[in-house]
Design a protein around this ligand. Structure first.
Ligand SMILES: NC(=O)c1ccc[n+]([C@@H]2O[C@H](COP(=O)([O-])OP(=O)(O)OC[C@H]3O[C@@H](n4cnc5c(N)ncnc54)[C@H](OP(=O)(O)O)[C@@H]3O)[C@@H](O)[C@H]2O)c1
Length: 298
């Protein structure tokens, strides 16, 4: 009899995300079990309970998924889960807190495609300003782009201190050099975008990060992407549906949240399906999400 594919969905929050439950069952899982209010120090016991319940060759049919809304905690939970494995006993491991790993992957992949199609450039050729990088989507977008060789700055709307801590954490965990920048006034934001070819806007839903007038001052701008679908949008002048549409008064192109959304959903679906279908156990974070997303947009 074929082994059932079982997903254990863990979150530090009160509820797991219904979005992720639906995605997992639609991807083909036979069963999805929620575990709520899970702390980092509980991950080892839960993972070992999962792996020792089945013979080693059934490890590929078990998976643990980390939700929440904190990229650093989710990455720590992945590390704890990997350390808890006792070969030959294993299981699949994936995280996508608040959909951020796959959203960031999708946004960066859409930008990469537009850069290539419209300007013949790669991520390694450009400088990027990321807004919202103390949040989960902005954090992952900044790291993915930096790992691809982009020059990345993260802009702090509340000043330099918190983005500096973020940049230090990114450096320690991923070895990437990211420049923290003070974005606590309109003038400072304008200065932050003056020399960049790309803008990622990943701020809180319903918050305008830059006006069209500000975007028009960014003379080197090639592509700007926004993942906020709730009015007011993060970048004025870029429609939610825009998928490489010209931005008025600039030579740049815009990508809106609803152009990123389907790529995000297909990426999450694809990673979940990969865990079901792979012959070896998988461990998947936003780097794997990006590798998949760039194939989906090409
Ligand atoms: N299109 C999609 O498929 C999709 C999927 C998931 C999420 N999203 C969207 O992606 C965006 C980011 O999501 P997230 O989960 O990363 O959100 P988040 O964790 O709440 O982070 C949002 C970021 O915005 C910052 N922020 C808060 N108020 C701000 C302000 N007034 N001006 C500038 N920045 C401000 C936050 O700073 P603090 O650290 O101070 O809070 C944080 O850095 C949201 O708009 C969300 O709706 C889109």
């Amino acid at each position: 009899m074929a082994a059932k594919n079982i997903l254990h969905m863990l979150t530090p929050h009160k509820h797991v995300s219904p979005f992720d439950v639906n995605m997992a069952l639609d991807a083909g899982y036979d069963s999805v079990t929620p575990y709520e209010n899970v702390s980092l120090d509980e991950v080892t016991d839960i993972v070992q309970d999962i792996i020792f319940s089945r013979p080693p060759d059934r490890g590929v049919n078990s998976a643990v998924f980390f939700g929440g809304d904190d990229a650093v905690l989710a990455l720590d939970m992945i590390d704890a889960a990997k350390s808890a494995l006792v070969p030959p006993f294993g299981c699949n491991i994936m995280a996508d807190p608040a959909g951020s790993f796959t959203t960031a992957a999708a946004m960066v992949a859409c930008v990469e495609k537009n850069l290539k199609d419209k300007a013949g450039k790669s991520l390694a050729d450009v400088s990027i300003a990321v807004f919202g990088a103390t949040g989960v989507v902005g954090y992952c977008s900044a790291v993915i782009a930096a790992l691809e060789g982009a020059t990345v700055k993260i802009v702090g709307y509340s000043g330099l201190d918190r983005v500096k801590k973020r940049a230090d954490e990114m450096q320690e965990r991923f070895g990437v050099e990211i420049q923290p920048v003070d974005g606590s006034s309109d003038e400072k934001n304008a200065a932050a975008i003056a020399d960049v070819e790309v803008i990622f806007s990943a701020a809180r839903a319903g918050v305008q990060v830059l006006s069209l007038g500000q975007l028009q001052t960014a003379k080197k701008l090639l592509v700007a992407a926004d993942v906020n679908a709730v009015p007011p949008l993060g970048l004025e002048g870029i429609d939610v549906m825009a998928n490489g549409a010209p931005i008025d008064g600039t030579d740049a192109f815009g990508i809106g949240a609803l152009a990123v959304g389907p790529v995000k959903s297909n990426t999450e679906h694809g990673l979940l399906k990969r865990m079901i279908e792979a012959d070896e156990v998988q461990s998947l974070d936003f780097r794997d999400a990006f590798q998949l997303a760039r194939t989906l947009v090409s």
